[in-house]
Ligand binder design. Structure first.
Ligand code: PLP
Length: 583
């Protein structure tokens, strides 16, 4: 986020050493509050100026003690949301105590110091090797790659490598290289568009539609790809709805396009796969047979057009924030002019990246995760997340209390064969291979039926009211489309590994309560308006007050829905027994 310098009125002139000794944090108050806090008894002191107090936007002349500074900053940061309840983000929020120990031990190591920390480089190398295998590199390929600060940097590098390759192909053929373009769907994350602006490539975004599940329809490539197309970004797990764009079909369509244009000099238009989420989810959750059934067996380096893939270590790689990866299938996809050679332990090391100094501990964390979880550990975690996400979708669609309220826009809860939903949620566990692959997230929205009935209820209120209980669930429009689906908004819940079934059930309960409160306020208000009764100002005041109070009131916990009716009964009983008076 960009931050501007905030110009403040000059701070209070104050020199009272005693006061500062007693209340050192006063220096951090805003000027306004300093005046209020210090105005009365200390007025005299205020005018006896020898120095000035600094507010939060200036560095203090004298620092505070570490302990006090810790306390102040610690307290301030508790106002941030609880990362565990932040269901808006893909970024991992759970680190085990043992991993934390390893992180602390390595927190001062700089990844750029190759000479000093050769083992960090070695661990990076091992991670790249593991990723190359997960992404189906052939033993004869010579993959190379690097760690980055996240998928964003990785995408910049992937795009840049394609741009250079394209320039070479075109200039070798004596053609113009001044108008490169790159093609991607409108469901792209902002990093992909950033690449185009920062590196001066025309951004050709393809609008999506409900029919294409709000992701790229590979057939549309025909209208957007030309000789100046440096490549295509194909998204394995869109941020909007978690769908996997069909890398395999995109590749076939590119074959067909090229066959129609034998005169083009940019043969073999490459694909860069944005696997920010999917790069980890697919190899550990959906085996070859499953992906083939979904007509996407060739989603990785087993597809000749896929030259590079990125992923976010800090999303489903389960590290702390600040780690991404990008790999190229062949050393040759990275043009020499993009590489820098550094002397390293007497030898020479090549680097490619936008940063120099960076923390090294995330790489350590990534390697720790690979070794401590193993394939089985990752697979089990994602299998559970997918199960919870699918069960949550099932609950939204089938709970009697939410009947006809929501439609689910993501697709992982549907069977591959006929888009059907099972009659028993257990099937999601037992027959997981029958269901559509995707990122463990649920994108949902109020049904048209609900909207027609309660047309004045804005969906975003559900998100704001859930915030009352601590849940952070974004509400935002679908990507730009050809069928006006971008006028529709969705709520999205990401199921990270720590989101267990019981928490999902609590969330469903809270959603139910919020919907009930909204509907009941709506009904009262519309009845009132229709009756035209505004006898007195007082009556109206009471009425509006009570309605707003109802919206603001905490949820009624006794009506928790549950997938299991027996447990629902027990829950009601417990709620009755539970004493929740003032305490
Ligand atoms: C998160 C995300 C990105 C950006 O990744 P960072 O690691 O946050 O930089 C890019 N593409 C997709 C599809 C994403 O989900």
């Amino acid at each position: 986020m960009l931050h501007t310098h905030t110009r403040r009125r000059s701070s209070l002139q104050l020199s009272d050493k005693e006061l500062l000794t007693a209340l050192p944090e006063t220096t951090l108050l805003s000027t306004d509050l300093q005046q209020l806090t210090l105005a009365d008894e200390t007025t005299k002191v205020l005018t006896a100026d020898t120095g000035s107090l600094n507010d939060k936007f200036k560095i203090p002349a004298q620092g505070l003690s570490e302990e006090l500074t810790y306390e102040l900053i610690h307290n301030e940061l508790t106002l941030d949301g609880n990362p565990h309840l932040n269901l808006a983000s893909f970024v991992n929020t759970f680190t085990t105590p043992v991993a934390n120990r390893l992180i602390r031990e390595n927190i001062n190591k700089n990844l750029a110091d190759n000479d000093e920390y050769p083992q960090l480089i070695e661990l990076t190398q091992r991670c790249i090797s593991i990723l190359a295998q997960l992404w189906k590199c052939d033993p004869n390929d010579k993959p190379i790659g690097c760690s980055t600060t996240g998928s964003s940097e990785a995408i910049m590098l992937g795009g840049l490598a394609m741009k250079k390759k394209w320039e070479h192909k075109m200039s070798d053929a004596g053609k113009d290289t001044s108008k490169p373009n790159i093609v991607m769907s409108c469901a792209c994350q902002v990093a992909l568009e950033k690449f185009t602006r920062y590196f001066e490539v025309e951004c050709r975004t393809i609008p999506v539609s409900t029919k294409s599940h709000h992701m790229l329809d590979p057939e549309d490539l025909r209208k957007y790809v030309d000789e100046n197309t440096i490549g295509c970004f194909v998204i394995l797990g869109t941020t909007y709805t978690g769908h996997f764009e069909n890398v395999e079909r995109c590749s076939e369509v590119l074959d067909e396009i090229e066959a129609l244009h034998p005169d083009w000099s940019n043969k073999n238009i490459p694909i860069h796969v944005d696997g920010a989420s999917g790069g980890f989810i697919v190899p550990f959750s959906f085996d070859n047979a499953h992906m083939r059934k979904f007509k996407m067996g060739k989603w990785a380096f087993n597809n000749p057009r896929v030259v590079s893939i990125n992923t976010s270590g800090h999303k489903f790689g389960l590290t702390t924030p600040g780690l991404g990866w990008v790999l190229w299938k062949q050393d040759s996809y990275l043009s020499p002019e993009l590489r820098f050679r550094l002397k390293y332990l007497g030898g020479v090391e090549e680097t490619f990246g936008l940063n120099f100094s960076r923390p090294g501990f995330q790489v350590v964390h990534q390697y720790f995760n690979f070794i401590s979880l193993g394939s089985v550990g990752y697979s089990e975690r994602f299998r559970r997340s997918l199960y919870v996400a699918r069960t949550f979708s099932y609950g939204l669609l089938n709970l009697p209390s939410l009947e006809h309220c929501f439609e689910v826009v993501s697709s992982i809860h549907e069977r591959i064969d006929d888009d059907s939903v099972p009659t028993d949620v257990k099937d999601y566990w037992v027959n997981q291979g029958l269901y559509k692959p995707g990122v463990p997230l649920v994108a949902f929205r109020l049904t048209d039926k609900f909207r027609n009935k309660y047309s004045e209820i804005p969906q975003v209120l559900i998100s704001s009211l859930l915030r009352q209980r601590g849940w952070i669930i974004p509400n935002y429009p679908l990507p730009k489309s050809t069928d006006d689906s971008d006028k529709k908004e969705i709520l999205r819940v990401v199921f990270r590994t720590e989101m267990k079934l019981d928490l999902a059930e609590l969330l469903l309960a809270d959603i139910q309560n919020v919907v009930n409160r909204l509907v009941s306020s709506y009904k009262k208000l519309t009845e009132r308006v229709e009756s035209g009764k505004y006898e007195s100002v007082e009556n109206r005041r009471n009425y509006v007050y009570n309605m707003l109070l109802e919206l603001a009131s905490p949820a009624d916990d006794s009506k928790q829905p549950t997938i299991d009716t027996k447990r629902a009964k027990e829950g009601e009983q417990r709620a009755k027994e539970n004493y929740r008076g003032t305490c």
